[in-house]
Design a protein around this ligand. Structure first.
Ligand code: HEM
Ligand code: HEM
Length: 219
């Protein structure tokens, strides 16, 4: 299992970063939606702190991912219509932008609310505003909330396209990012030679359809 990507597949480095970040982002989103409506309690404060720490981890992993991608290479494009390749590129760029926007707007919101910020209780992070700032707080909150719903839309398109490649096009797009699915995707390839053979080579004469003219003679 090579660490780096090659022409045909993503390496362990890129795949691990992709899936760990995907889980953390989806987790942060679910916790974020759940926590906002909780009644005030020490439990709510703990859940907020967890949400912020996971979000900050996403930010750190994003820096690592971008650095890693500079040293890594992209596998070559799976053959597909130009518009699909361009749409995939646009959605990937949007996802990168949102992976930056969400943690930063959360951090800004927290700073502009005048709250302290810790990473899993281990160390403090500085304020981005130097104190409470109600106007900035409102802007950061809008960015955080609308950014999240934009992420949901981009993610539905992204994951939907990946599943369409796997199930409908039966190509390698998802398998090279999630090799666990390899066996299932390999099945069609193994029957391809038979499927490509002329009908006469695979349908025994006895099973061949009856001649429609003899079966239904003209009156
Ligand atoms: C991938 C990263 C993140 C995601 C996906 C995310 C997602 C969310 C979501 C869905 C909400 C609920 C929005 C609403 O309905 O009002 C929320 C709220 C919140 N997030 Fe994040 N967040 C992330 C990172 C962060 C970070 C890094 C911080 C702070 C350092 C943060 C601080 C907050 C706060 C304070 C709220 C509560 C807002 C309120 O009380 O209305 N988030 N987040
Ligand atoms: C929050 C969740 C996710 C985010 C932020 C995300 C983000 C990304 C980004 C930015 C890329 C492009 C990598 C690059 O070119 O450097 C990518 C690739 C990919 N993602 Fe995701 N992803 C997420 C979840 C998913 C899910 C749920 C699936 C599948 C159901 C998926 C399947 C893929 C596949 C197959 C590729 C490789 C595409 C190719 O080879 O061109 N991703 N993802």
């Amino acid at each position: 299992m090579p660490l780096k990507s090659d022409a045909n597949r993503w390496g362990v480095g890129a795949r691990t970063l992709h899936w760990v970040m995907a889980l953390l982002i989806i987790g942060a989103g679910i916790v974020g939606l759940y926590m906002s409506d909780l009644p005030n309690s020490p439990q709510k404060i703990r859940i907020y702190a967890l949400h912020k720490s996971v979000g900050l981890t996403v930010l750190a992993l994003l820096l690592l991912r971008v650095t890693w991608s500079l040293a890594d290479r992209r596998p070559r494009e799976v053959p597909m219509p130009l518009w699909q390749a361009m749409a995939a590129r646009v959605v990937h760029l949007l996802l990168y932008a949102l992976m930056l926007l969400l943690p930063l707007s959360g951090w800004l919101y927290n700073s502009a609310s005048g709250y302290p910020l810790q990473w899993f209780g281990l160390f403090n992070l500085p304020s981005l505003t130097g104190g409470a700032d109600p106007a900035l707080r409102a802007v950061a909150h809008e960015l955080h909330e609308y950014g999240f719903w934009l992420l949901v839309i981009a993610l539905v398109a992204h994951a939907g396209a990946a599943l369409k490649h796997h199930i409908v096009d039966r190509d390698d797009t998802l398998v090279r990012m999630l090799p666990l699915l390899r066996r299932r995707a390999a099945a069609p390839t193994s029957v391809a030679p038979a499927a490509a053979a002329p009908a006469s080579a695979i349908v025994p004469p006895a099973a061949a359809p009856a001649d429609p003219v003899k079966e239904n003679p003209a009156p």
